[in-house]
Design a protein around this ligand. Structure first.
Ligand SMILES: Cc1cc2nc3c(=O)[nH]c(=O)nc-3n(C[C@H](O)[C@H](O)[C@H](O)COP(=O)(O)OP(=O)(O)OC[C@H]3O[C@@H](n4cnc5c(N)ncnc54)[C@H](O)[C@@H]3O)c2cc1C
Length: 587
């Protein structure tokens, strides 16, 4: 049984609370005021619930077929028709620029739409997800000719995209990439090499597959500074085959309907995108967009798992309430929602997920601000927020998302572990989020090693000030004191920890490596505390069940989740000493 209702009330509240109306006023977004945006999202939610969800379980069970003779991959029954309907609905074109056939909607709506698609069918959603990343990379780094050649068909969904980075010896360390690109007489390049684990590298949903490939030119310096990026279509623009072959499929824990392919480039013709040897710049545009979407995967699958656990808990009766007054005398046992521990688990999932969603959607809105605000300074500020928060959302969203699905499973006892309610599938499907698009620890290194030092700490200072502005503006409001006080303390703690870690890291980088993941989680919990304070303020004085529940949730976050920062602080203070004392032979 699969249970899902898109959280549209929740989404409207977040858009209202975190400034969607300002964004809708930017030039180019005239057609997307809040009501129109919600109408678009309602349609998308309906489509995902009615079309994507019914194929989620069957596709997971059926999996993919690979033909070693032809290298072809067949997707599960119904996927091809589903993709056609998805494309006909305009889903691949929603946020793309009108000059290439898109609808020009705010990027925020694309992120929201992805939440529904991921929750209802993560495997399927990965195909348009990768195309979206390639579209961004082309818009940023492609020549006018490349844009004209590839964007219209990618945006319409006729073609799909991939991201080809990983090789057997080059995972996290992409500087070890050995795929070769040799210049041809016609200005193109001949690519030879093997990429592994390429998502939707081969499939039968689209007429052509456009690969974005990392490779080395003959004069490339060693390491990451010698990587260039190429567009390599499966079929060339004249329709001829291009020496791109799928060499096999991986068998894996989850996302059984998403092909994870070995892709062999056998003298395939490729076209340089961006400058030679500066390929990581192009790839980072794609990866950064993708990282926010990956963070959303934890939130989306956490949501569907939560809804399933709530439905189960409201039905299941076991044992008696610890409080005699709550015992249901007409039944042999009480509903499990009477047990405080079941509530603890459900509240943990609900409140952490809503907080993460608020942070992720605020960041998504900042992407639109960064591109469309009339004021240059505001654009820069928003761009900084996005750069700083992207690794936080990717890592914390997927880690907490996975923990949340596990907790939802626990609420359901054995029924969560067995296949009937599909929560076990959500758990399996979510796990990859912590690994791909740069492992979660690599996100922590990106946060500390790149983002915190960028502009001599400008990104961090501005975000810290942004959170602190809420405290300052609301300090005298007694109704918000239960939030402003602890939030001020949390921000100060994060400021001090950031400074101290920066100093320690300059003397000994291993200190950063040892506690980086804990620091990222401390950062995330503090940033989410800010979003909950904003949400509490928006809910104050409003008399409806939705807002009253919001206030309860904000209180739960401050009493039961924010205190996790204390154990993280203890771990950060413990530093590297005791873990680095082990000899290799001790493991
Ligand atoms: C289902 C699936 C889909 C994928 N899709 C794609 C795709 O579409 N395109 C693509 O190019 N790739 C894809 N990948 C590959 C994915 O991006 C890599 O798995 C990921 O980047 C990690 O690389 P790795 O697996 O080689 O791990 P490794 O790099 O070998 O890392 C192993 C461990 O060592 C740690 N580690 C490594 N370096 C450091 C360091 N400097 N400091 C601290 N710790 C470190 C890592 O955090 C990790 O815990 C996919 C993988 C899977 C499983």
């Amino acid at each position: 049984m699969q249970i899902y209702k898109a959280p549209l009330d929740e989404i409207r509240f977040i858009l209202e609370t975190f400034g969607y109306n300002e964004l809708a006023g930017f030039e180019g977004f005239e057609d997307y005021d809040l009501d129109t945006a919600m109408a678009v999202l309602e349609e998308s939610a309906k489509f995902c619930t009615n079309e994507l969800l019914p194929l989620n379980r069957t596709a997971d069970q059926e999996g993919l077929k690979y033909n070693p003779e032809t290298g072809e991959v067949t997707t599960p029954k119904g996927f091809k028709e589903l993709y056609e309907k998805f494309v006909a609905q305009g889903a691949t074109a929603l946020t793309a620029p009108p000059e290439f056939g898109g609808f020009g909607a705010p990027h925020t709506l694309g992120v929201l739409q992805t939440e529904f698609a991921t929750a209802t069918n993560k495997s399927f959603s990965m195909c348009p997800g990768l195309s979206h990343g390639l579209i961004d990379a082309l818009l940023n780094s492609g020549t006018d000719e490349q844009k004209a050649q590839y964007l219209p068909n990618l945006i319409s969904g006729k073609w799909s995209g991939t991201m080809c980075l990983t090789e057997p010896q080059a995972g996290t360390d992409l500087g070890l990439c050995t795929t070769k690109a040799e210049p041809k007489d016609n200005g193109a390049y001949s690519l030879t090499g093997t990429k592994i684990w390429i998502t939707f590298g081969e499939h039968d949903l689209t007429e052509n597959i456009i690969h974005l490939v990392l490779a080395r030119l003959p004069d490339a310096p060693p390491g990451i500074k010698g990587i260039s990026t190429f567009i390599v279509p499966k079929y060339k623009l004249d329709g001829s085959a291009n020496g791109v072959m799928c060499g096999g499929l991986e068998h894996k824990l989850g996302i059984h309907a998403s092909p994870t392919c070995v892709i062999n480039f056998e003298g395939a013709e490729g076209y340089l995108i961006g400058e030679p040897h500066k390929g990581m710049r192009t790839m980072f545009v794609m990866m950064n967009a993708a990282r926010l979407f990956v963070g959303m995967e934890g939130i989306a699958l956490g949501e569907i798992a939560y809804q399933t656990a709530v439905a189960f808990a409201k039905d299941r009766r076991q044992s008696r309430s610890l409080d005699r007054k709550k015992i249901d005398k007409d039944a042999k046992a009480d509903n499990i929602l009477v047990h405080p521990d079941v509530r603890r688990m459900l509240a943990n999932v609900k409140v952490s997920n809503e907080g993460m969603r608020a942070l992720a959607y605020w960041a998504a809105m900042q992407i639109d601000v960064a591109h469309h605000h009339p004021d240059e300074a505001q654009r820069q500020l928003a761009d900084d927020f996005v750069a700083l928060l992207t690794p936080v959302i990717k890592s914390y969203g997927t880690e907490r998302g996975f923990a949340n699905i596990s907790e939802a499973m626990q609420v359901m006892g054995g029924a969560g572990y067995t296949t009937d309610w599909s929560v076990e599938q959500y758990l399996r499907d979510a796990r990859i989020g912590m690994v791909y698009e740069g492992t979660n620890h690599i996100q922590a290194l990106d946060l500390i090693g790149r983002k915190l030092v960028q502009g001599q700490g400008r990104l961090y200072r501005n975000f810290s000030k942004h959170m602190f502005r809420f405290v300052k503006a609301n300090k005298d409001n007694p109704e918000l004191a239960e939030f402003t006080g602890p939030l001020e303390k949390a921000i100060n703690t994060l400021n001090q920890t950031t400074m101290a870690l920066g100093m320690k890291g300059m003397q000994d980088p291993e200190e950063v490596g040892a506690v980086g993941s804990n620091y990222l989680n401390l950062f995330a919990l503090t940033a989410i505390a800010w979003t909950w304070a904003e949400q509490a303020k928006a809910a104050l004085g409003k008399d409806s069940k939705f807002y009253r529940t919001k206030l309860k949730s904000a209180r739960y976050y401050y009493s039961n989740i924010l205190p996790e920062t204390e154990s993280l602080l203890a771990l950060i203070n413990a530093g590297k000493k005791n873990m680095m004392e082990f000899e290799a032979e001790d493991f």
